[in-house]
Design a protein around this ligand. Structure first.
Ligand SMILES: Nc1ncnc2c1ncn2[C@@H]1O[C@H](COP(=O)(O)OP(=O)(O)OP(=O)(O)O)[C@@H](O)[C@H]1O
Ligand SMILES: [Mg+2]
Length: 310
């Protein structure tokens, strides 16, 4: 803990009529932290406050030990920031842009060129680094934005919606890069998304914002552990194998529902061991092979939906 600490942070816009953040107190450490919330939840506002680009209306925060009040310039020197909106000059080559950003962060010319080539290769733009960025696809632009955030060897990176506009394959690549930054390189990452499901795969810690209010801030594991549903998959020996299994489980008093090719069993209907025995015996009675029997951790999306509804 202690990489990012906020205390009662609040932000109002438009003369106080728009509440973007309200009384936010969090203490975030290393690894990857996912900052999750719907459009307008306050994610970008929080990042800009942490960078010292916006002043909070109330409260305080420290980033890497520096107070945001007065320490903005120092913080921005230590932090790599990938903004959510497009910010790339279209008539500039990626290599020149990233070298320039490295120079702006204080790297000497030779080091900036070397680091720029390294980070562009790392994000998968080795071949295309001499192209004008105006000719880039959305996926390539997001990679170039990530490269400029990493060029000066930051001690913390803040990525605002890095998967925005990406197709599923490109999104997986980006999430893989983020995981490597946080885990292989050991640089703490704060990453935002409104697609809750994708952050659970890369985040060690999740912060959920709802209309400027903190819903939760906790380790991803404990977050997801709350809704352990038992998942059963039977060998599809006939078209109705799954339906027969579901009916037989229901006949034993279990609450279950089909989910694609799987059957989900409500974990509260029996003790965990008894539940597994019942599933095994039911499959054996029906002569069906069990492909899978496992406790499924909840999806962030489900947790989020319940929290907002409740
Ligand atoms: N400059 C501004 N003036 C007035 N209101 C603003 C301003 N910037 C943001 N807001 C409002 O503050 C709230 C939080 O906005 P913010 O951009 O931080 O949300 P976000 O979680 O990043 O959303 P998104 O997922 O759409 O990027 C929203 O209601 C937004 O309309
Ligand atoms: Mg935003």
């Amino acid at each position: 803990m202690g990489v990012i600490e906020t205390q009662g942070l609040g932000k109002r816009y438009a003369g106080g009529s728009v509440i973007a953040l309200e009384d936010l107190t969090v203490d975030l450490g290393g690894g990857v932290t996912g900052l999750v919330g719907a459009n307008g939840a306050g994610k970008s506002t929080l990042i800009k406050i942490l960078l010292g680009l916006l002043s909070p209306t109330s409260g305080s925060a420290r980033v890497l030990g520096h107070d945001i009040a007065g320490g903005g310039a120092q913080i921005r020197q230590l932090v790599g920031y990938m903004p959510e909106h497009e910010c790339l000059p279209p008539d500039t080559r990626a290599i020149d842009f990233v070298v320039h950003m490295g120079r702006m962060s204080g790297l000497p010319p030779a080091a900036a060129r070397e680091r720029a080539a390294d980070v562009l290769r790392h994000v998968g733009l080795a071949e295309e680094r001499y192209r004008l960025m105006g000719t880039y696809s959305t996926g390539m632009k997001q990679r170039a934005k990530l490269a400029q955030a990493l060029v000066h060897d930051p001690q913390l990176v803040m990525l605002d919606e890095p998967t925005n506009g990406l197709d599923p394959a490109a999104r997986d690549d980006m999430l893989g890069l983020i995981r490597r930054i946080g885990h292989d390189f050991g640089i703490p990452v704060l990453v935002t998304s409104h697609l809750l499901g994708e952050l659970e795969r890369v985040s060690d810690h999740v912060v959920v914002l709802d209309a400027g209010h903190l819903l939760r801030s906790e380790a991803t594991q404990s977050f997801l552990g709350d809704t352990g549903v038992l998942v059963v998959e039977v060998l599809a020996v006939g078209p109705d194998a799954q339906a027969r299994m579901g009916e037989a489980l229901a006949a034993r008093g279990l609450v279950c529902r089909p989910h694609g090719s799987l059957i989900e069993i409500d974990p509260t209907t029996a003790a965990p061991d008894a539940l597994r025995d019942m599933v095994r015996d039911t499959a054996a009675d029906l002569g069906l092979g069990l492909v899978r029997l496992q406790a499924q951790t909840g999806q962030l999306e489900d947790v989020f939906r319940e929290e907002v509804a409740g």
